[in-house]
Structure formats: structure tokens, C-alpha cells
Ligand binder design. Structure first.
Ligand SMILES: *Cc1c(COP(=O)(O)O)cnc(C)c1O
Length: 407
């Protein structure tokens, strides 16, 4: 596929990043090799000094990983341009998990005595990282309400030690959204970089680089892999020089590299990203409408419903409201547990973004150790069910829910 050809997003999912190798393998192979041969002493020197391109050692790079990185970079940059009209080029680096990508991101951009500014709704692991690990590195995290743009500006104006604005939108599990464009404009006025956790949206639904952000990260474990076969992460950046030097150094030395097998699974999963997302989204719309009108459901939290507080913001920066929702079963804790036990098709498990519909009851599983007052404060009520709508035939999902809600 020639680079200059203008192609669709779905075509990019299938073709971007692919490179024909020595044996003309049709599919990107799994390069299971920890190290690479030097043809001569000089070749080794040239690789190490960067005079020649090539692979050296598995922690630094691997051809399977590399083709997958190129595909993800192409999808996040899809149809975007620089200020001078040239196509936007991004660099992506695969990691062993979403958390590893976040660790590289923060440690490569924020040092001792500097600060991260973030919103009050974050993925649990990220929240624990900023609470329990970053303080040991002398990195403080300030958590404020990003809906209040004046507060964001005042905070940045009065603290020049804030180096990174960390956004997660839509957030896991609350689905709260923040305004990427407005926040990026403010941050850049004060020389602060911006990163977006784009896990829930994927580049099919939202391209944060369109709004000028500096970094995007994903837990590829979710929709990008799409089949629940590997834990992984990716960090993508706009400043190619910074990515190749500072960020690459941190990636290599922190050791959060991915591996060829997981990259292979991710690469194949990505080929159907557009197709899957379209079906996930269409199904989710039906499911939300069904739940909304059901007598045994107290409320539905879905970005595609007009009464959702972030309905308009979602419309502004996302192509569609996505496949995640939560809802409250009438009857509280026991009713929610009973509902889960009556399901025959939907899978009861944590995580999200797989082909099958995943359902979890946070009050009895992920948040069982959290004090009820705290849990309720973040909106996780006794009867709350979280749902990642899959790509099954929608009648089957609706039938399963209908039966389980009848009890
Ligand atoms: C799952 C998740 C992560 C963490 O990713 P892992 O691959 O589990 O390390 C980070 N952010 C969001 C929004 C997630 O859903």
C-alpha cells in the first residue's frame, strides 16, 4: 500500500503498518527472538550509534511490535494534518500493559518536585498509581474538576511546576467526559503538555490529536485487541524527537516492553477495529433504549442518551457514544446479584471491549473492599451494573437481559 494513497479508516485498520518481510509472509509473523545478529563488528557499531537502522535486542524493539505500532500510529493520525497542511506523523510504542504505558508517560515527562494535574474521575489503577507510587518519586498529583475551566486556568497560572495535564475521557467506569480542545488550549498557554487515555473511545470514535494534544495512551487489552487475548498498552506521541529520545529511554529502562506474541494478537485484532466498533455501537444504542424503557431499571448511564450530562460534549469530540454503559437494577444489592445469576448469554467478568457482552456488579466484585459511603460518593450504588456491549446479534443480548430482569 503506497503511503500517499488516500484510503478509508477501515482500510487503514486492515493494511497500515504492514511490511513485506524476507520470505514474503502474507501475515505479520511472530518474531520470537530476543536478540539480533550483527553481520560484522562495524554493523554492530552502526546499529548502536544509530547510523544504520535495524534491530538489536528485544527490549528495544521487535519487527512484530513495530508493524503493530505503525498501524496504531496511522489510526490515531488518520486524516489529520500539521499546521502547514502536511500529514500528521505520530510515533507509537507498545507496552506490556496500559499501566506500563502510563508509567513511561509520566516518568518521561514529570520529574522530582514537578506535578501532574488531573480530573477527579480516573481508572482505579491510575488513581492508585498517582496516590501510592508517584509520591515516592517526588511527583505530586493535583486532582480538580476539569469541568471548571476557570479553575484549571487559575491552577496552572499559579503553579509553574505542573508539567502534565492528564485526561481520561470517557472515564472508566463513570463515563464522565472532559473537553479535550478547551483543556489543551489552556494547558499549552502555560507550557504544560497534555495526554489523553483514549481506551474507552479508540481512534475510531475519538482522535485526541485533532485537538492538539501531545500524547495518547491506550490499554490495548480492551477494544484495540478486541478479543480478550492479551494484556497490553500503547503510548503515542506527536513530538517525534521527544518520543525517540526521552520517551524511548524511559520505555527501555523501565522495562515495560511488549512481546511478539501479544503484538501479533493485537495486530490481528486491529484489522477489524472499525467493523467491531460499528457493531458494538449499534448494539449499545439498542440496549440503552431497551433498558431505559424497562420498569425494573431505575436509570441508565449512557453517553448517547440526551439526558446524560455529557451528551453534547460527547457529540462534539466523539463519532458515537460507544459501547459502555451502566444501569441501576430496581431492588438494590440482592436484585443486582440475582440479575447477574439469571444471565445465560452475557458474560460475568471484569474488563471490557471484547466481542462478547461483559457484565459486572461493582458493589459485590471490584469495589467490595471499598467502604460503602466512599463507593456511593463515586456513583457506584448497590444495584449498579456495568456493561460492555458485545457484537453478538442484538436480539440475543436483549432477550438475555429481558429474561434476567423479569425475576
Ligand atoms: C484497563 C484500563 C487501564 C489499564 O490498562 P491495563 O492494560 O489493565 O494495564 C487504563 N485506563 C483505562 C481507561 C482502562 O480501562
Amino acid at each position: 500500500m503506497k503511503k500517499e494513497q488516500r484510503i478509508g479508516f477501515g482500510t487503514s485498520c486492515v493494511h497500515a503498518g504492514f511490511e513485506v518481510e524476507q520470505h514474503h509472509s502474507h501475515i505479520t509473523p511472530i518474531y520470537a527472538s530476543s536478540t539480533y545478529l550483527f553481520d560484522s563488528a562495524e554493523h554492530g557499531v552502526n546499529l548502536f550509534t544509530g547510523k544504520e537502522k535495524g534491530y538489536i535486542y528485544g527490549r528495544f524493539g521487535n519487527p512484530t511490535n513495530n508493524q503493530t505500532e505503525e498501524k496504531i500510529a496511522a489510526l490515531e493520525a488518520y486524516s489529520l494534518c500539521n499546521d502547514d497542511g502536511s500529514p500528521l506523523e505520530l510515533k507509537a510504542i507498545l507496552h506490556s500493559s496500559g499501566m506500563a504505558a502510563i508509567a513511561t508517560l509520566i516518568l518521561a515527562n514529570v520529574k522530582n518536585d514537578e506535578k501532574v494535574l488531573t480530573h477527579l474521575s480516573l481508572y482505579g489503577g491510575t488513581q492508585e498509581l498517582v496516590d501510592k507510587v508517584l509520591p515516592n518519586c517526588g511527583i505530586e498529583t493535583i486532582i480538580i474538576d476539569f469541568k471548571d475551566l476557570n479553575l484549571v486556568e487559575e491552577t496552572l497560572k499559579h503553579d509553574s511546576n505542573i508539567k502534565l495535564l492528564y485526561l481520561e475521557t470517557p472515564a472508566n467506569p463513570t463515563l464522565q467526559c472532559v473537553d479535550i480542545e478547551a483543556l489543551t488550549q489552556i494547558a499549552h498557554l502555560y507550557g504544560c503538555k497534555v495526554s489523553v487515555d483514549n481506551t474507552f473511545a479508540t481512534p475510531y470514535l475519538q482522535q485526541p490529536f485533532r485537538f492538539g494534544v501531545d500524547f495518547v495512551m491506550h490499554s490495548t487489552t480492551k477494544f484495540l485487541n478486541g478479543h480478550g487475548t492479551a494484556v497490553g498498552g500503547v503510548l503515542i506521541g506527536r513530538d517525534l524527537e521527544w518520543m525517540k529520545t526521552k520517551v524511548t529511554k524511559h520505555h527501555r529502562l523501565l522495562g515495560g516492553n511488549s512481546n511478539a506474541f501479544d503484538a501479533f494478537l493485537l495486530n490481528n485484532g486491529l484489522k477489524t477495529l472499525q467493523l467491531r466498533m460499528q457493531k458494538h455501537c449499534a448494539n449499545a444504542e439498542h440496549v440503552a433504549a431497551f433498558l431505559q424503557s424497562h420498569a425494573n431499571v431505575a436509570f441508565v448511564n449512557y453517553l448517547g442518551l440526551e439526558q446524560h450530562p455529557d451528551f453534547h460534549l460527547c457529540k462534539k469530540q466523539m463519532r458515537h457514544a460507544g459501547a459502555l454503559m451502566s444501569f441501576e437494577v430496581q431492588g438494590g444489592f440482592e436484585a443486582a446479584k440475582k440479575f447477574i445469576n439469571q444471565l445465560a448469554l452475557c458474560t460475568s467478568a471484569v474488563s471490557l471491549g471484547t466481542c462478547d457482552t461483559l457484565i459486572s456488579h461493582p458493589a459485590s466484585t471490584t469495589h467490595v473492599g471499598v467502604a460503602p459511603e466512599l463507593r456511593l460518593k463515586s456513583g457506584i450504588t448497590d444495584g449498579l451494573i456495568r456493561m460492555s456491549v458485545g457484537i453478538e446479534d442484538v436480539e440475543d443480548i436483549l432477550g438475555d437481559l429481558e429474561k434476567a430482569l423479569r425475576q
